[in-house]
Design a protein around this ligand. Structure first.
Ligand code: ADP
Ligand code: MG
Length: 343
């Protein structure tokens, strides 16, 4: 009798142990799912997740992609029907009501304008437009045209009413260009969705700007981010080890305008209306992609010294700069080394 009882007890313990082992192994089972490439925001987006199973991963990736498409729809300056285009058309005549996402990105953009003392400024639209046209016609903008466009620039003339969620321009001729922040914002919103969907980890990349969190892909220790050599598409200059951080790169090596055989950066200094050509690439590491994106643009305008000074003052934020003349030489903020992988 005693023996049978003991046997039953032992069998029960064994079944429980096997059950727990099974539960534990299922709980710790992880798949890495690559969402593939999708065209959006004038570039390519890619999402990669680590999750408990494929089905859960696919569902979360689709929801995150939908959010990126939605943000592109709201903020595109190519689409005349986007909310941003409507603000640009009617903003001086009347306050224009906008969706929460657009209002949020405008509010945050203004904060980065203040922080960078106007080096980052989404009211740069009229000047950027002049440089784009100049590139199409291969004729540099006249000093007069640049001066006139510059007079319309100024983030302080962007009126945001938080209660009514409306946007208005204090000056005629103003218009907004979100090219320096929209990708970062879309990345952050996608990450938020992936976190809420219970992903164990994820990386969202839009045009080389990205953010990651949690368990890295394919059992690696970190999310690994290669920094491209501005002079050679095939070459990786540095590898960054990332966990729960965002990286954005601004530079003249991928997007620029050429006038009379001279390269001009697509980033413009609001103070001079001239293109910002001193740095060939600026990589920003920050807790959010919105911050990394906006600050990378700001540092490109500020140049080496002022740019590093600004980033050194901001907590948890680092920069790696490549000089326009000596592309192999990089300068960086005090804490940047912690992310750079030593070969
Ligand atoms: P990329 O789009 O190559 O990643 P950025 O994030 O730096 O580079 O964004 C550059 C874009 O930002 C430009 O194409 C333009 O639309 C816009 N822009 C240019 N100069 C400024 C500026 N001083 N402040 C804010 N946005 C800018
Ligand atoms: Mg940017």
């Amino acid at each position: 009798m005693q023996t049978t009882k003991t046997l039953i007890f032992r069998a029960a313990v064994a079944i429980m142990a096997i059950g727990m082992l099974f539960w534990f192994s299922q709980k710790n089972r992880t798949v890495t799912v690559d969402g593939g490439f999708r065209m959006t925001m004038g570039t390519v987006a890619r999402i990669m997740v680590t999750a408990e199973n494929q089905q859960q991963a696919d569902k979360a990736i689709n929801a995150a992609v939908d959010e990126i498409f939605h943000i592109d729809e709201l903020m595109s300056d190519y689409d005349p029907n986007s909310q941003l285009s409507k603000v640009n058309r009617h903003g001086f005549d009347q306050p224009v009501p906008v969706d929460a996402e657009l209002f949020e990105v405008l509010t945050v953009a203004k904060l980065y304008s203040c922080l960078s003392e106007g080096a980052f400024d989404i009211t740069i639209g009229p000047v950027v437009q002049l440089w784009r046209k100049a590139s199409e016609n291969n004729i540099a903008p006249t000093a007069d045209a640049l001066q006139k466009a510059k007079e319309c620039v100024g983030y302080k003339n962007l009126i945001l009413d938080a209660e009514k969620q409306t946007v208005q321009f204090a000056k005629d001729g103003m218009f907004l260009d979100l090219g320096g922040i929209a990708k970062g914002y879309a990345i952050d919103k996608a990450i938020e969705i992936l976190q809420n969907a219970g992903m164990k980890g994820a990386m969202v990349d839009i045009g080389g700007d990205l953010r990651c969190f949690g368990m890295p892909a394919n059992g690696k220790q970190h999310w690994l981010i290669g920094l491209q050599d501005p002079g050679d598409d095939e070459k990786i200059l540095l590898t960054l080890n990332m966990d729960n951080m965002a990286v954005a790169t601004s530079g003249d090596y991928r997007r620029f305008v050429v006038i009379d055989d001279q390269k001009h950066s697509h980033i413009v200094n609001p103070a001079t209306a001239d293109s910002a050509n001193d740095l060939s690439s600026v990589t920003l590491i920050a807790p959010t992609a919105t911050a990394a994106d906006a600050l990378a643009t700001a540092v490109t305008v500020l140049g080496n010294k002022k740019g590093l000074d600004l980033i050194n003052k901001i907590e948890n934020t680092e920069a790696i700069l490549l000089d326009a003349n000596q592309t192999k030489k990089h300068t960086k903020t005090l804490g940047a080394d912690q992310y750079i992988q030593n070969d």
